[in-house]
Design a protein around this ligand. Structure first.
Ligand SMILES: *Cc1c(COP(=O)(O)O)cnc(C)c1O
Length: 413
């Protein structure tokens, strides 16, 4: 029996979501559309299996197939990122970071992380997150003029506070991150270096963003952003730290792994090793660069003046529009984004002065430069006519027309 017959309520909601994804464009920089193969693996019978422990050392019987699967996923992750060790059990990016901290820090230790409103992540030491509650995080940010990471500030803060760990990597930072420089700062104060590539993992996998692997002690990532896999996490590290990382994931932090998610991660790593994945990442970057130049040409200010990666951060201050207003108006017009604080934002976090736009999901659907140019013009139309319902309706119609030519890969009916 199909889901539609067994549970029509849930089934109907899933159909609504398929329609929403099909008829709108996601420019949310952290989202992507997983392949039908990833979805199939994630929906497999591995959902049923308990497998606390690691291959060859489980606390449950019947794990021979799980062992094959986890070994496969680990080997692929190591190959993809040229890493010495991989742990594929973290449930998500936040859990990957939690485990990394458990392995590298003691409760109350001093660490450093990027400010949330400068592009960092909650789990990099924000007070509302476990990270800011368990550890003493010193926060660094971007330079006010260049709006790029202020490595000098990081060095000064490191010399002053002697952190045991420096955390870098971002959720809303449009520029290349200099891992070599961070390594040398960490070495000056004898700190460990954790690089969180949650956003840029897909770019790193194909060499379109420098890899942190030669420089970092530990690398954490999600698998569902540019990497285009299931909603999950991974940790990479050097051999010396392998057992500390594994013990931190299980039993210190998690119980049984989500084996079905590990199956989907194995598929995702396989897909990421195919030649067309590099083409996809290249197209994502090209689309982001076209989006940046079009938005600027049409009068919007971008944080740091542009982008090197898959996202742009728009400063709406001069438009007299808040991030929240833009997010709501764009959504009505079929363009799904998220408001985001800009560096030194004067507005509260639930309002903000910016929006973050990324091209990974739209590029997966096959949108190219022409469509991105059209989208840029539509975005401008919406933010310069913020409360105009007629404009929203017209733009929505045009977005629907674009969408009709670009089906979502995972939605096959
Ligand atoms: C998205 C993100 C995370 C958290 O990932 P979840 O899967 O949502 O827990 C961690 N770090 C960075 C830099 C991110 O962008």
């Amino acid at each position: 029996m199909s889901l539609r017959n067994i549970d029509p309520d849930t089934s109907r909601i899933i159909e609504l979501e398929k329609k929403r994804q099909t008829e709108t464009i996601s420019l949310i920089a952290s989202e992507n559309h997983a392949s039908a193969a990833v979805l199939e693996a994630q929906g497999s019978v591995f959902t049923d299996k308990y497998a606390e422990g690691y291959p060859g050392q489980r606390y449950y019987g019947g794990c021979e197939d799980v062992d094959l699967l986890e070994d496969l996923a680990v080997e692929r992750a190591k190959e993809l990122f040229q890493a010495e060790h991989a742990n594929v059990q973290p449930h998500a990016g936040a859990q990957a970071n939690m485990a990394a901290y458990f392995a590298l820090l003691e409760h109350g230790d001093t660490a450093m992380g990027m400010k949330l409103d400068h592009g960092g992540h909650l789990t990099h030491g924000e007070k509302v997150s476990f990270s800011g509650r368990l550890y003493n995080f010193i926060k660094y940010g971007v330079d006010r003029e260049t709006e790029r990471i202020d490595y000098q500030e990081i060095e000064q803060l490191a010399l002053k506070h002697h952190p045991r760990l420096i955390v870098a990597g971002a959720s809303a930072y449009p520029r290349i991150i200099d891992f070599e420089r961070l390594r040398s700062i960490a070495d000056t104060v004898d700190a460990r270096l954790l690089i969180d590539i949650a956003h840029i993992a897909g770019l790193v996998a194909v060499g379109l963003h420098p890899s942190p692997v030669p420089y970092a002690d530990v690398i954490t990532s999600t698998t569902h952003k540019t990497l285009r896999g299931p909603r999950s996490g991974i940790i990479l590290c050097r051999k010396e730290l392998a057992s500390a990382i594994d013990a931190a994931v299980f039993p210190q932090m998690q119980g049984g792994p989500l084996v079905h998610a590990i199956a989907a991660k194995a598929v995702c790593f396989h897909e990421a090793m195919q030649p067309d994945f590099e083409d996809y990442q290249r197209a994502t970057l090209e689309n982001a660069s076209v989006l940046a130049s079009e938005l600027q040409r049409l009068g919007l200010r971008l944080i740091s003046g542009g982008t090197d990666n898959h996202l742009v951060l728009v400063d709406l201050t001069a438009m007299n529009v808040t991030g929240l207003q833009a997010e709501v108006a764009l959504e009505k017009a079929g363009i799904v984004t998220n408001r985001d604080p800009i560096p030194f934002d004067k507005r509260p976090r639930r309002v903000t002065s910016g929006i973050r736009l990324g091209t990974p999901a739209a590029t997966t659907r096959g949108l190219g430069k022409e469509e991105v140019k059209r989208l840029a013009a539509l975005i401008i139309r919406v933010v310069t006519n913020i409360d105009d319902v007629n404009v929203a309706r017209e733009v929505r119609e045009e977005v629907r027309q674009i969408c009709a030519s670009f089906p979502v890969p995972g939605i096959i009916d």
